[in-house]
Each structure stands twice: as C-alpha cells, then as structure tokens.
Write a new protein. Structure first.
Length: 331
C-alpha cells in the first residue's frame, strides 16, 4: 500500500468471522495529539471478538483491533514523547489496529525499548497491561502479600500466562484453571503453583482442598458466565472477585444479597481502559511491564501467527479456545 492508503480489517455488520472484510482506506497526516504508525505486528484479543459480535457495541462500519507495534511515521502538534522513526507499541482506543498504517491518538502509544521486538510488543501490550493492573491495582481489602493464594481462570491464555509468571515473581501462590491437561501443564511450566482442568474437576472443591478450606484472596475471571458463580465460592471472607471478560458469555444478573453469606465478599468489573486514562498513567504501567519482560521474569509466548489476510481464521482459532499464549497478525 502507498503511504496514503492502507488495508484495514473492518466489519459493516455484527456477527461471525465472515463479517470481517479487508477494505482499502485513506490515511492522512496526524492532527493535534495524534501519530501515524506503520505496523510491523498486530495483537489479537478477545475484546476484538466482543466488538465484532456486538457484545461490546460500536458504530458501524468498525475497524477492529486494539493493539499493535511498529514505527512512527509522523507526529501531530503537541506530541512530544514520540518522534518520526521511533519504535512504538500500544494498547488503545479507538479500535483500528488491524491495518498496515493508521492515524491514532498518541496518548496510549509508548516508546518500545530496543530490547523488545515488534512481535513481542504487539503481543504483550493489552494483555500485559491487563496483567499489570490486575496484580498491582485490583487488590482485596486486606491486601495481597507473598504467600497469598489467588485463582486465575484461563491460565494458559494470553493474559493468563503473563499473570502466572508475574504472580510467581511477586511471591503469590497462583492456582490456574484451563480446559485441557496440556494447557494446565503449560500454566505450571510458566509459574502456576497448582492447576485445575475445569473440564474434568470441580474447580471450587479443588480450590478449597488446595487452600486447606480457607479459599483464595482474589479470583481473576475473564471466562464469565461459565465460571462466575462457582468462583464466588472459592473466596475467603472479604475476598475479591475480579471479573474482566466474558469468553463464555456475559455474567447473568445476581442479587447483591448473596455476597454477605459467602463471607462479605467484594465483586468488581474491570477494564483496562479505565486504568490508562492519562499519558502518565499509561507510561507508568508500560514501564512496569517493559521492566519485568526485559528482566526475563516474564516471557511473552507467541504461539500463533497469522497473516493479516487470514484474520478470519485467526478469530476462529481464538473463539474455539484452541490457542495458547498470544496470537499476532502480520501485515
């Protein structure tokens, strides 16, 4: 594509992977507070599926994709933290990363350290920043200390494998769930102390067994409908249920009155974009992520790579839960 034109994956109606089409779009110069970035790699996330299906509604036509990494081609007025030629990575709104080149707000775009590749940068920003706020900012009322038990669903997924490693580095005893013995083994390999195959075991009973009947201080749940109710039963008194996704469907409404008999527990629904509302906060969280990755304590596993033109196949793989670690698209 020429400098002023780009391929962009868009939907013109909500629905399945077949709704995604590759359009050719015009890309102009960045305005005030914007940058133009040419992608070298693009991240794939479940939020992209939610937006495609309409679970998270947006105006149509909609360009998909929330994260990417590449080289800055131009910066608009008022942008001082980036310059043309800089390596950069981001997780950001509005969607639109499934493309060759785009103009976007600069606020959440971060300078990518030379030690981190474009592929790793694209794979880790949304998932890594999510793991950062979950482990560092979503804490139970009694706090989190080394030696505390936490439960992490979908532990072999993109966010999960980062969280397994980061939790271990923080001294937390992470119990991970996954849907196969192979995925459980992968989570253990990357830092989960215990794993539970939720297809063959009752994870609530197993959590109580592992914790000597005490329960965990925090449950981190991106699965949603299928795991929510039993997750509440895994918490110790005053524990925290952190819901941050709906891979199995949205959680049904529930009566707050049930939380008292379960130990006066807390429930929160989190999203990354509540946490990265300023340049300073985004950079602080990204610096923490870059440091733990550069140190080798957290390794970013990219287990699937697809050409941008094969984006429908990539979405089918993600939705079938056949993926592990991170998935990227290559322009």
């Amino acid at each position: 594509m020429t400098q002023n034109r780009s391929r962009a994956v868009r939907i013109h109606a909500h629905g399945g992977p077949e709704q995604m089409v590759i359009d050719t779009v015009e890309v102009g110069a960045p305005g005030p507070g914007q940058v133009r970035i040419r992608h070298h790699a693009i991240g794939l996330n479940f939020i992209d599926v939610y937006q495609r299906t309409g679970l998270y509604p947006n105006a149509l036509p909609l360009a998909l994709g929330m994260e990417g990494a590449g080289v800055i081609e131009a910066v608009g007025e008022g942008v001082t933290h980036l310059q043309p030629g800089d390596r950069a990575a981001y997780a950001a709104n509005p969607p639109g990363s499934y493309c060759d080149v785009r103009v976007m707000p600069a606020m959440n775009v971060c300078h990518l350290p030379d030690a981190i590749s474009f592929e790793t940068g694209a794979a880790m920003m949304l998932k890594g920043l999510t793991a950062q706020y979950l482990l560092k900012r979503c804490k139970p009322v009694e706090g989190l200390e080394p030696g505390d038990f936490v439960l992490f669903h979908a532990a072999a997924g993109g966010v999960g494998l980062i969280a397994c490693q980061w939790a271990k580095a923080l001294g937390l005893r992470l119990i991970g769930t996954a849907g196969s013995d192979e995925k459980c083994a992968l989570a253990r390999e990357l830092g989960a102390e215990f794993t539970i195959n939720y297809r063959t075991e009752d994870f609530a009973a197993r959590v109580k067994e592992i914790t000597g009947g005490q329960g965990v201080k925090v449950v981190y749940d991106s699965v949603g409908k299928d795991t929510f109710d039993k997750s509440l039963d895994c918490l110790r008194p005053f524990g925290l249920m952190v819901s941050f996704g709906n891979a199995s469907g949205p959680v049904a409404p529930f009566a707050p009155g049930i939380l008292g008999p379960k130990g006066s527990i807390y429930v929160t629904r989190q999203t990354l974009f509540s946490h990265i509302t300023s340049r300073e906060r985004t950079q602080s969280m990204a610096d923490d992520l870059f440091a733990v990755v550069a140190s080798g304590q957290v390794k970013i596993r990219i287990d699937q790579r697809f050409a941008l033109a094969d984006v429908r196949e990539a979405h089918r793989s993600l939705e079938s839960r056949s993926t592990t670690g991170c998935t990227i698209l290559l322009p």
